[in-house]
Design a protein around this ligand. Structure first.
Ligand SMILES: Cc1cc2nc3c(=O)[nH]c(=O)nc-3n(C[C@H](O)[C@H](O)[C@H](O)COP(=O)(O)OP(=O)(O)OC[C@H]3O[C@@H](n4cnc5c(N)ncnc54)[C@H](O)[C@@H]3O)c2cc1C
Ligand SMILES: *[C@@H]1O[C@H](CO)[C@@H](O)[C@H](O)[C@H]1NC(C)=O
Ligand SMILES: *[C@@H]1O[C@H](CO)[C@@H](O)[C@H](O)[C@H]1NC(C)=O
Ligand SMILES: *[C@@H]1O[C@H](CO)[C@@H](O)[C@H](O)[C@H]1NC(C)=O
Length: 458
């Protein structure tokens, strides 16, 4: 669809959220400039998870499904193993049981392949991309258009600014927080150089997460480890108050560790801190020797504390700045929906603004955006954080109950729909979401009637 008016958009950040949003806006007739901090040559490794709710949207981006079919791994399922014994507790096999009904598959694709594809789509549709631009702040007021200021003082004016600048978003500062956090609401963490860091208290508990990466070339010659490198599944090792997830992608084997709220010993950890691999190994004492054997091959580990924020407002009061992707929400990193959430945001915003007929509609559309994404984001965040605590339950009756529920999934052959829905209801609810349908529904209910009413008044 083509929007009836053309606005000048500046998008900050050329990653999943920024590039997909830029492409959709440009295709619908707007004029888009993307500002990206890094130089083009960077080629980070790592794998993106593309669950069905994201794969379903890729028809909006020509050639992406073909690229995935050629380059991505089709993920066969999630396997839950007992951390101590490696006993199989449960499994969700994606292809046969669920995916045919959902009409989309679950892929793992190299971050660099996915970004390169979006990048080329943007360029061929006329999006301009400026590299080496480090945005310092976004100045917004109601009587003049928003301005993006770079670290070197360059100013760029637009009709509208889209902040797709990731977890440490600077654009987010242009959007007042929902309740101003008072000092007594802050938890303090002490960091080694004597500074103090504070994070706000929230209802969902924060997570301490860490990852290590091992080149699979180091594992290939070991008969115990080699089978892991051929894995096309996610494996979750359930622990006592923690869990370890493993995934294999792009020549790398990655372990991600998650544990409950930071305790006194974790106060030394900064955001995105690098630490020796031994720090990671110490945490794995109770885990199966195979997990420890892989982890021992790592050179270093990365640590981060993630605080869920439960936001429902992504736009500023002047209605000319929005945040999308990791800049907007607090989905756990490397989780199932961290990338799909960013894509859903981008599609929701881009597709909404392809319906724009006049500037007067902008506040209404932004209201729609907050409404649509607020509900969905809350659901995905709860699901991800709850999922992580479920696989970390310490020994006891609650864990036994979890294990017997997981055990049901081992005997699902021929199970009826009702049983499947009971076992996998939450997963399916998250996978079954269609961001385009959500906009269509909102548009039919709100924007169209208002538009018709306004016209019939003349
Ligand atoms: C280099 C890189 C590699 C990644 N690899 C993986 C991966 O392999 N697997 C995975 O699950 N997730 C990965 N992620 C994270 C993943 O992309 C996000 O979790 C998720 O997809 C949401 O994406 P996003 O576009 O909202 O944010 P991000 O992907 O974090 O992108 C933010 C973008 O904004 C740019 N930016 C930030 N601040 C500024 C500024 N002040 N001025 C200008 N530009 C700015 C950044 O350089 C980046 O390109 C990666 C992110 C990056 C940046
Ligand atoms: C995990 O997330 C980090 C940061 O968001 C990213 O750099 C990394 O590549 C991701 N790893 C995987 C395997 O997804
Ligand atoms: C689980 O962890 C707790 C706290 O660290 C510990 O006290 C307990 O002994 C552990 N239980 C088992 C079975 O390892
Ligand atoms: C591990 O986490 C760090 C920090 O979040 C990130 O920079 C790094 O890319 C991650 N690596 C992998 C392979 O996940």
């Amino acid at each position: 669809m083509k929007s009836s008016i053309s606005l000048r958009f500046v998008v900050i950040g050329a990653s999943v959220a920024g590039l997909s949003c830029a492409y959709l806006l440009q295709q619908s007739g707007h004029e888009v400039l993307v500002l990206e901090r890094s130089r083009r040559a960077e080629n980070p490794d790592g794998g993106l998870k593309v669950p069905p709710n994201m794969a379903r949207l890729l028809h909006l981006f020509p050639g992406t499904m073909e690229m995935l079919k050629e380059k991505a791994t089709l993920c066969s399922g999630v396997y839950f193993l007992a951390g101590e014994s490696s006993k199989l507790l449960g499994r969700m096999i994606f292809k046969e049981e669920i995916m045919s009904d959902l009409g989309s598959d679950f892929y793992i694709v190299a971050y660099s392949d996915f970004i390169a594809h979006l990048y080329n789509l943007c360029i061929s549709s006329g999006v301009r991309i400026k590299h080496g631009f480090i945005a310092k702040n976004v100045v917004a007021s109601s009587d003049s258009p928003p301005v993006v200021v770079s670290e070197s003082g360059v100013q760029i004016t637009a009709d509208f600014v889209v902040g797709a600048d990731g977890r440490k978003s600077i654009t987010r500062q242009a959007i007042p927080s929902e309740e101003q956090e008072s000092d007594d609401d802050l938890l303090e963490f002490h960091i080694p150089n004597g500074n103090k860091r504070a994070t706000p208290k929230t209802e969902l508990t924060p997570l301490l997460a860490a990852n290590v990466t091992i080149p699979i070339s180091l594992m290939k010659d070991d008969p115990q480890l080699a089978p892991l490198t051929r894995d096309d599944r996610f494996v979750v090792w359930t622990g006592n108050g923690s869990s370890v997830g493993t995934i294999c992608c792009g020549g790398k084997f990655v372990l991600t560790y998650n544990t409950r709220p930071p305790g006194p010993n974790d106060r030394d950890l900064e955001w995105d801190d690098a630490a020796p691999a031994s720090t990671f190994l110490e945490r794995l004492k109770d885990y199966h020797p195979l997990v420890r054997k892989v982890a021992r091959l790592a050179k270093s580990s990365h640590w981060t504390i993630q605080v869920p924020k439960d936001r429902s407002r992504f736009t500023n009061p002047q209605n000319n700045v929005v945040v999308i992707g990791d800049a907007a929400h607090t989905l756990p990193i490397n989780a199932t929906h961290s990338c799909s959430g960013a894509m859903e945001d981008a599609v929701t915003f881009g597709y909404l603004f392809s319906h724009l007929r006049s500037r007067n509609q902008v506040p209404l559309f932004l209201n729609g955006y907050n409404h649509i994404r607020g509900d969905r984001t809350k659901m995905s965040e709860e699901l991800e954080f709850a999922g992580i605590s479920l696989v970390s339950i310490p020994p006891g009756p609650q864990r036994d109950a979890r294990d017997s529920a997981l055990g049901m999934t081992l005997h699902l052959e021929g199970a009826d729909d009702e049983t499947l829905a009971r076992v996998w209801g939450d997963y399916v609810r998250a996978f079954n979401y269609d961001a385009v349908d959500a906009v269509d529904e909102w548009y039919m209910n709100w924007a169209k009637p208002l538009h018709s009413a306004a016209h019939s008044a003349y």
